[in-house]
Design a protein around this ligand. Structure first.
Ligand code: DGP
Length: 114
């Protein structure tokens, strides 16, 4: 896949508010937050979207969700509620083609999304 801005963020080439990192993933605040808490959780391995995940990515995908839950606790939104979103492809609203999980919370979130 073509490199995206998120590869530069992983390599610390652009300033980013990083909130969590481990061997498999990086989490940072979205540059254009849609809620008081808006964190992106990305695998360090560049996958374009969920459709590109293979069976050996099962642990990695589960890890991203586990990190989302821990960050929701750390952000103080676990009790009030939050949402995890993966946008995929043009119709899904994906603009950066490096798989990422949005963690949103800190206000009531509408459903269904637009
Ligand atoms: P999506 O539309 O699902 O592909 O979401 C991409 C998100 O990435 C979008 O909410 C804005 C965010 N984003 C794009 N470029 C940057 C950047 O350079 N830094 C940060 N922190 N976020 C970015």
């Amino acid at each position: 896949m073509a490199e995206t801005i998120f590869s530069k963020i992983i390599r610390r080439e652009i300033p980013t508010d990083i909130v969590y990192e481990d061997a498999q993933c990086l989490a940072f605040r979205d540059i254009n937050p849609q809620a008081p808490t808006h964190i992106l959780i990305i695998p360090k391995e560049a996958l374009e979207g969920l459709q590109d995940a293979a069976p050996h990515h099962e642990q990695l995908l589960g890890h991203l969700l586990l990190v989302a839950g821990r960050l929701a606790e750390a952000e103080g939104i676990a009790g009030s509620g939050y949402r995890c979103v993966v946008n995929a492809g043009a119709d899904g609203g994906q603009t950066v083609f490096h798989l990422h999980l949005h963690l949103l919370g800190g206000r009531p979130l509408d459903w269904p999304p637009g």
